[in-house]
Design a protein. Structure first.
Length: 94
């Protein structure tokens, strides 16, 4: 699980994301989540599979919310974060 291997910051970010989208994902769901876009894909895939009866959330909205949560968690400007922002390379999580 990639984000969880990045220490407390990664665990806290996962918890914030799960809380924001009212989901609980197994640890292995985060295995390849190395970028903001990959995290958005994990969330979108889960919501698409398990919340079909609810109003679907567009992937672009998920990306925006993940960017906002990441900016808050790491105290970086929102405008500096994009879908391809890498948690290790760009944000120094390791």
């Amino acid at each position: 699980m990639y984000l969880h291997r990045m220490g407390l910051d990664g665990v806290e970010l996962v918890m914030e994301i799960e809380h924001a989208f009212d989901i609980r994902l197994p640890n292995d769901a985060w295995t390849e989540a190395r970028t903001i876009g990959a995290v958005a894909d994990v969330v979108h895939d889960h919501l698409s599979r398990f919340r079909r009866s609810f109003h679907p959330i567009e992937r672009a909205e998920i990306v925006d919310r993940v960017r906002a949560l990441t900016a808050k968690q790491f105290d970086v400007p929102l405008e500096s974060l994009a879908e391809n922002t890498n948690f290790v390379r760009d944000l120094g999580m390791d």
